[in-house]
Design a protein around this ligand. Sequence first.
Ligand SMILES: C[S@@+](CC[C@H](N)C(=O)[O-])C[C@H]1O[C@@H](n2cnc3c(N)ncnc32)[C@H](O)[C@@H]1O
Length: 384
Amino acid sequence: MDTVSKIKSRTVEVLKKHRMKVEEERLNRFIERISIIPIDEIPEEHFELLVIENLTIGESYFFRDKKTFEKLKSILKSKPKWNILSIGCSKGEEVYSTSIIAKEMSVEYNILGIDVNHQRIEEAINGCYRFWSIRFLSEHEIEKYFVKYEDKYCIKDEYKENTSFKVCNIGNCSALMNMKFDIIFIRRVFIYLDNVEKVLNIILNLLNDDGYSVIGSGEYFPEIYNYFEQVFDDTSAILRKIKHVKTKEKKGNLPPESIKKPEKILKDVDKNSSKIISSEPQKIPKISEKITNIVKSQNFEEELRLIEHMIENKLYDESYKKIESLAKKYPTEHLVWKYKSLIEYELSMFEKAFDSIKKAMFLNHYDEEVWQLKHLLERLGRKK
Ligand SMILES: C[S@@+](CC[C@H](N)C(=O)[O-])C[C@H]1O[C@@H](n2cnc3c(N)ncnc32)[C@H](O)[C@@H]1O
């Protein structure tokens, strides 16, 4: 076996072991990068770490999906004490955002964040972030929740209280044995798992009766609706465990009411989704079209995820080349223009960033983040 095939087969083994899915392009880039290292000299555990550190994407930021956090406030009001788990917590942004709202609601809480990526958990414990992670917060919020040390923003100690973190793979996390939670976040993690059903069963067993699960805004996995029901009419991100459901029992993948209604699909998808972006906002897709769109958009999504990864690693020049070619290929996708604007902002190309954000707004004026970015750019414009 040649070196590249050897690395590929060892990498695939690690991915299988951790039940992780990685798009082909990223896998090949990784293999190409590490093929300069003599593979036989890398001990198994180091190799495993190398794969996990390099092939998981940790893009996250404070109060991602603002609406979800707003809705959570009304849930938190309903009882005085909460035990919360964040699966795939990345560098802790989701955990601390929840801690902030729980503290503001004056409820008692414990939040545990787990992630398969060792380095991210260390950063979560540390709680200090680049501006990138807090980019959508107002100046007032930044001042209220963070202390600035050099170029980092560190979460204030009071929001670290009652939070803890662990390196763990949700597929085999023994640390969670005998634990029960009232809310489990699993946002933008299912896409990395090769066995959604198995993880859903794990989540169900970890949740108290009447417990809630929170997924990413715009994420759609039909299997979830075998066990969970939508709580709010206007967001499908917060789900409640269906009472008396047996974990292994199948109910025939019935989508919730709101997903059966075409108007609802259009609203949810256009407003929040990073999965499906309609270039014809007036058209109301049927459920079958929605599923076809998910399949069709996979390559596009993979390309976007690669760009997210590059941005996170501050590879702005490289990501800019990629986003420029994506803008030519998908000129009517608002997410492309949104990311282009973000990169231009990082590269201090403010005029271009304005042009791009205007295009993103034209294509989808419901996207909350586009508005936030526009305000950020305006704020900078005023300061200049
Ligand atoms: C895109 S980030 C999402 C972060 C955050 N939940 C959010 O939505 O902003 C996905 C995270 O899931 C983690 N992850 C992937 N597979 C996992 C697994 N099997 N168990 C635990 N964490 C996992 C990755 O390391 C990464 O940090």
